[in-house]
Design a protein around this ligand. Structure first.
Ligand code: MG
Length: 273
């Protein structure tokens, strides 16, 4: 039986799994859709302002985007620290990483607050701002009696608020794992180590879903199975694998690639062998 997903690792272990870990942004929620554009845009503006651009802007965009996406899944402050290093590498004098973080969050929240308001007032439905069929896959796994966990590099209060607005909070009874006050010491590897210890299970019994390289790498590091969610953005066509994400997720060790959860029922059956 062929998997209802792109199979990257033909010898991938097929369940049963005893815990399932989801990343949040880009894996369940699309509320922060467009964040790389905002982050890279801010960084390019800073470089331009300090006359630190070396190549045509289109090329610099690719360079900075690569730096940012290599940390996708880490606490957001980590991406700012990498930028601080980059400014220094170019011979500039960087601002404090927390200053960059504040500026980025201010810019991003201009878009995000409108989406919160739409969800709060019912102008938008939760289904409009999640990866297609996200609620269905969570329900499916919960109904199998397998515990679900969520871990995000985004600031805790924001993830908690958005999980509630999207109606996914109740799927994670042990709570949201995310950095409080953008704590740089937060790490998905630590979350995984803790949940394996608490449940008394082996790494290979862990199934992870993520659109970032960090969670994918951490799930693979303990011997788990990683499904890479190469999710596209609203408007760019559902069911289409985002090629750059796909390439990064494969490099990080993803066993399978899906564009979203439209075939979640078959996927879960396949994964459980
Ligand atoms: Mg993500």
């Amino acid at each position: 039986m062929l998997p209802p997903a792109e199979l990257i690792n033909p010898s991938v272990r097929r369940g049963p799994f005893r815990a399932v870990l989801f990343d949040f942004d880009g894996t369940l929620s699309l509320i922060r859709e467009g964040w790389p554009r905002v982050m890279v845009g801010m960084m390019l503006e800073r470089l331009r302002g300090a006359s630190l651009l070396r190549e045509p802007e289109a090329e610099e965009w690719i360079t900075i985007d690569r730096l940012v996406m290599a940390q996708n899944g880490a606490p957001t402050i980590r991406q700012m620290e990498v930028f601080v290093d980059e400014v220094r590498r170019r011979g500039g004098t960087p601002a404090d990483s927390w200053e960059y973080l504040r500026e980025y969050i201010d810019r991003l929240m201009r878009d995000v607050r409108g989406r919160w308001a739409d969800l709060e007032t019912g102008v938008a439905k939760a289904a409009d701002w999640v990866v297609p069929n996200a609620h269905a896959i969570l329900t499916n796994i919960r109904d199998k009696g397998v515990p679900l966990f969520v871990a995000s590099g985004t600031e805790y209060d924001h993830v908690a608020c958005e999980a509630k607005l999207l109606g996914v909070e109740a799927f994670f009874p042990t709570g949201i794992n995310a950095p409080k006050d953008n704590d740089p010491a937060f790490g998905k590897g630590k979350v995984i180590a803790r949940l394996l210890a608490e449940l008394g299970i082996r790494g290979e019994e862990l199934l992870g879903f993520g659109d970032g390289v960090v969670e994918t790498g951490e799930v693979k590091r303990v011997g788990g199975v990683a499904v890479g969610v190469a999710s596209s953005e609203p408007g760019s066509g559902w069911g289409v694998v985002q090629q750059e994400k796909r390439a990064r997720l494969i490099a990080a060790g993803a066993d399978l690639i899906v564009p979203d959860y439209s075939r979640q029922d078959e996927l879960i059956r396949w994964l459980w062998g």
